[in-house]
Design a protein around this ligand. Structure first.
Ligand code: HEC
Length: 252
């Protein structure tokens, strides 16, 4: 009996082990904040402008994003929908998966649940992890995702790092030059971007925050409700206890 129980316990713990063993690369930490609507709105704008050409969010509808992010339907229709879709539609894209796989080696996956699959740390690190690598077909590689098929779509904003960016390492300011431009993840640039490293970090924080929200849009509401449920249980406990005492009063 004990042996059987032990076996059940081991099997139940297996998925946890598999998850814990997953990442081999060090990652930068990213704490999502779904109550920061301004951050989510900026992230959504970046996503629609730079990512949705290739990645869909096809398990979500535009109108729910509009509602959740406090953006009016009209603003979303005029400024964030580039596919000609209606506000009530799913956030699909027109790219043909087969063709895309021919172009990039792999088809760009749907990203609705990406934050659930990889985690926020991974996405935040990945987006800042591109670097110049002439041996790759598109001239770039990624420290978090080796031999990635995705082009460095934000190269105009971030610039192109000449060496592997220092993702997941505490201090990365160049001690010799102390150069401002060298602060952040990249010690040496092949080309400069329009944003400073800290501006780019903020933009990628917002974008990751948005993808985190897409993977779990009801998180804030769920946690808010959870508090009330606990308060209810606490109050209910008092009455249950009083009733119990009443029932057993005369039994000795
Ligand atoms: C030109 C097309 C294109 C654009 C634009 C693009 N991506 Fe990608 N992306 C890809 C491809 C192709 C892959 C698959 C790479 C592979 O598997 O080698 C990918 C992979 C990814 C992955 C990893 C998926 C996984 O395997 O878990 C993430 C995250 C991602 N992209 C985020 C973004 C974000 C955020 C943007 C906008 C800043 C963006 N992408 C813009 C083509 C694109």
């Amino acid at each position: 009996m004990i042996k059987k129980l032990f076996l059940v316990l081991v099997v139940a713990l297996l998925p946890g082990l598999a998850l814990a063993a997953a990442p081999g690369v060090p990652l930068d930490n990213m704490e999502p904040d779904h109550t920061n609507k301004a951050s989510l709105q900026r992230g959504a704008a970046t996503f629609m402008n730079y990512c949705m050409g290739c990645h869909s969010l096809e398990y979500a509808r535009y109108m729910h994003v509009a509602e959740g992010l406090d953006i009016s339907d009209q603003l979303v229709e005029e400024n964030l929908i580039f596919t000609g879709a209606k506000i009530g539609e799913l956030m699909k894209i027109g790219m043909n998966k087969q063709q895309a796989a021919n172009w990039f080696g792999n088809a760009p996956p749907d990203l609705t649940l990406e934050s659930r699959l990889r985690g926020e740390d991974w996405i935040y690190s990945y987006l800042r992890g591109f670097y110049k690598d002439e041996t790759r077909p598109l001239g770039v590689n990624n420290v978090v995702f080796d031999n990635v098929g995705m082009p460095h779509v934000l190269v105009d904003q971030q610039g192109l790092c000449a060496v592997k960016p220092k993702i997941g390492q505490k201090s990365s300011i160049d001690p010799l030059s102390g150069n401002e431009r060298n602060a952040g993840v990249c010690p040496e640039w092949a080309s400069e971007g329009s944003m400073s490293p800290s501006e780019f970090n903020t933009a990628m924080y917002d974008l990751t925050n948005f993808l985190s929200y897409m993977g779990d849009p009801v998180k804030v509401e769920r946690e808010r409700l959870g508090v009330f449920v606990l308060i209810f249980i606490a109050i209910f406990f008092v009455f249950a206890w009083l009733l119990n005492r009443e029932y057993w009063k005369d039994v000795h």
